[in-house]
Ligand binder design. Structure first.
Ligand SMILES: Cc1cc2nc3c(=O)[nH]c(=O)nc-3n(C[C@H](O)[C@H](O)[C@H](O)COP(=O)(O)O)c2cc1C
Length: 263
């Protein structure tokens, strides 16, 4: 009986918190940085903030951030944690991130949210803090169509995305010091840093309840033209950003001992 009441209380709390997702305007009115989840209950009806440093209860689609999409808030209860009302842990973010190839076009991510995702990518380490990674974000129907054209067969996987983000890196930055090559692999370090930034990007996106697909299958020349990407940049992956429609399966990984050696 006690368990039943605890469960009902958690579900009621989650539903109450959901009422905080009132829209885009006046988001700062509700939860201030550092406040706890309860602020949403007290302030429900007002809009809540989207920033990651505010409680996840205040973020749109907070349930998806912890529960797999399609599952109900009760899944959190079953998992023995009220995580539907809290920011997901790092392990939850890592475990629930997947390459998503089917998006829910009825739910859109705002430019402000994309900025927040890219700001996290900017926190990635880079060679001498050169930050060689650049992003070109397609959000208009016209630019999204142009990027879809440049990703060949991948286009079929992108119905309903909110944004398509082209990543590139500035050449002769990472791997170079004072303009001179500083390591035999030179610009490979630029690709390395761009990959690191993209890793931060996809994890931050998942922490906010969003989904991604990194695509290496793309026509770099077409993308360069579409976004007027300068010649001193190397076009890397295109990253789709949106909300998952279905739950993707986790592809198997190799046994850990095949990829690591301890000495
Ligand atoms: C550099 C890179 C390029 C990729 N290119 C594509 C692609 O063009 N199309 C695609 O559907 N998936 C692409 N993927 C996604 C991988 O297939 C996927 O990460 C892998 O199968 C593991 O699945 P998971 O991301 O769900 O863990 C790419 C991933 C990376 C990191």
């Amino acid at each position: 009986m006690k368990q039943f009441f605890t469960m009902m209380a958690t579900v009621a709390l989650c539903l109450g918190l959901a009422a905080c997702n009132g829209g885009q305007k006046g988001q700062k009115d509700c939860c201030q940085e550092g406040q706890q989840a309860e602020c949403c209950q007290q302030e429900k009806g007002k809009c809540c903030g989207q920033s990651s440093d505010k409680p996840a209860c205040c973020q749109a689609e907070q349930k998806d951030a912890c529960c797999q999409s399609g599952q109900k808030a009760a899944c959190c209860q079953e998992a023995g944690k009220p995580a539907c009302c809290q920011a997901p842990t790092f392990d939850e973010v890592v475990a629930s991130r997947r390459s998503v190839r089917s998006y829910d076009g009825t739910r859109k991510i705002s430019e402000a949210e994309v900025r927040e995702v890219i700001a996290a990518a900017q926190e990635a380490p880079s060679w001498i803090n050169y930050e060689p990674t650049k992003y070109y974000v397609a959000m208009s129907a016209e630019k999204i169509a142009a990027v879809k054209k440049a990703v060949g067969r991948n286009a079929d996987r992108l119905e309903g995305v909110s944004a398509l983000i082209v990543s590139s890196f500035e050449n002769e930055k990472s791997g170079f010091v004072d303009g001179r090559i500083a390591d035999p692999i030179g610009n490979v370090w630029g690709g390395h840093d761009c990959g690191l930034s993209n890793a931060f990007l996809v994890l931050k996106a998942r922490a906010m309840g969003f989904d991604t697909l990194i695509m290496g299958g793309r026509d770099a020349d077409a993308l360069r033209k579409t976004f007027s990407i300068p010649e001193n940049e190397t076009v890397m992956a295109v990253i789709a950003l949106g909300y998952r429609k279905d739950d993707p399966k986790r592809p198997d990984r190799r046994p850990l001992d095949e990829i690591v050696k301890f000495f």
